[in-house]
Write a protein of this length. Structure first.
Length: 199
């Protein structure tokens, strides 16, 4: 047993040795990106102030890594605007990204695309959801009526069937909602990646 553990350890040590020593740039990145992540998290939590002013506490050659860490957190916090809280967090994150990025025009172009996506999501997406919900509800009502017809030989004419409370309906609705939102999320992910790569 000791031979197996020793061999595994030796293999791991060999792999680490092949990697070599980290460069000075890698060391700065490992040290300062988490600091940027913390600054961004605190900024989003407070909801006020200037994120970039927090970068001044770091050496000039480290600020790029602090910025990269902060932007990574901010970009992850840009979500589809389902609630007012989402809208506020999106605005806060986008304002901070624009503050720390030097390519203001490029960043604003991406933000313009994101705003169009959010606008479409709020208007068309909501309509799509309502239509899909009503269609799903109608389909379930037909299925339940057919099942009752087969089991009991009929359904009373005035009997109301509340399919919305059925677990199968709720599960199918969640699946359908996720499917409807996936098209928006795919685009949003592309825009997020573009924001991360801009300087």
């Amino acid at each position: 047993m000791d031979d197996i553990i020793k061999s595994a350890r030796e293999i791991a040590e060999e792999k680490v040795a092949k990697l070599g020593e980290p460069t000075e740039e890698e060391r700065r990145q490992w040290r300062y990106q988490p600091e940027g992540e913390k600054l961004a998290a605190e900024y989003l939590k407070k909801g006020t102030g200037s994120l970039a002013s927090g970068f001044n506490q770091f050496p000039p050659d480290a600020r790029r890594y602090v910025s990269d860490g902060a932007v990574a957190v901010l970009v992850r916090n840009i979500q589809l605007p389902k609630t007012d809280t989402d809208k506020k967090r999106n605005k806060l994150a986008m304002d901070a990204i624009k503050e720390v990025k030097s390519d203001k025009v490029g960043v604003e172009n991406v933000f313009s695309q994101i705003r169009q996506l959010f606008s479409h999501y709020a208007e068309q997406g909501e309509r799509q959801k309502q239509t899909a919900y009503q269609q799903l509800k109608s389909q379930f009502e037909v299925k339940v009526r057919q099942a009752l017809q087969q089991q009991m030989g009929g359904v009373a004419p005035g009997m109301k069937i509340d399919v919305e409370r059925q677990p199968q309906f709720q599960e199918e609705w969640r699946r359908l909602q996720a499917q409807l939102e996936s098209q928006y999320l795919t685009l949003l992910d592309e825009y997020r990646r573009e924001l991360v790569t801009r300087r």
